[in-house]
Design a protein around this ligand. Structure first.
Ligand SMILES: Nc1ncnc2c1ncn2[C@@H]1O[C@H](COP(=O)(O)OP(=O)(O)OP(=O)(O)O)[C@@H](O)[C@H]1O
Ligand SMILES: [Mg+2]
Length: 117
């Protein structure tokens, strides 16, 4: 299992949601974050030159998936999130040790996969 963290532009979040739905990825968390992607946005001079880091609004998806869903999840984030301009975002894939569904106590792969009813 992996935790796929995808940081995307706010105006691409809906496209990512649609792409995740098409990939049958159903469980995720979404939050608004501020981030910095390495660019030197703003330079202010005060007794010499110093660089100030600018922050931009991004959306952060956290998606816990079984191994077979890792690549489809990455593809959905890329397909939905890409404009081709700098600042499209990043994806981090983190090992996931344990998942528990609170309602049933089910764990791991049984807990990341939603019930099909
Ligand atoms: N190394 C990092 N660690 C954690 N978060 C990051 C990192 N790099 C980028 N982010 C997050 O991703 C957001 C978008 O980053 P950004 O798309 O600018 O990445 P980039 O690697 O600089 O790519 P690009 O060249 O397209 O700008 C940042 O605002 C920040 O929230
Ligand atoms: Mg950047």
């Amino acid at each position: 299992m992996k935790l796929v963290i995808g940081i995307v532009r706010p105006d691409k979040a809906n496209d990512v949601l649609e792409a995740l739905y098409r990939a049958e990825v159903r469980g995720f968390s979404l939050s608004r974050v501020q981030g910095h992607g390495g660019e030197l946005d703003r330079v202010e001079t005060y007794r010499g030159t110093r660089v100030k880091m600018g922050l931009s609004e991004k959306m952060r998806f956290e998606i816990a998936v079984s191994d077979e869903f890792v690549q489809p999840t990455i593809d959905a984030l890329c397909d939905g999130g890409q404009t081709g301009e700098v600042g499209d975002g990043k994806i981090f894939v983190v090992p996931l040790e344990r998942v528990v569904r609170i309602r049933s106590g089910e764990t791991d792969d049984r807990a990341v996969t939603p019930l099909r009813t």
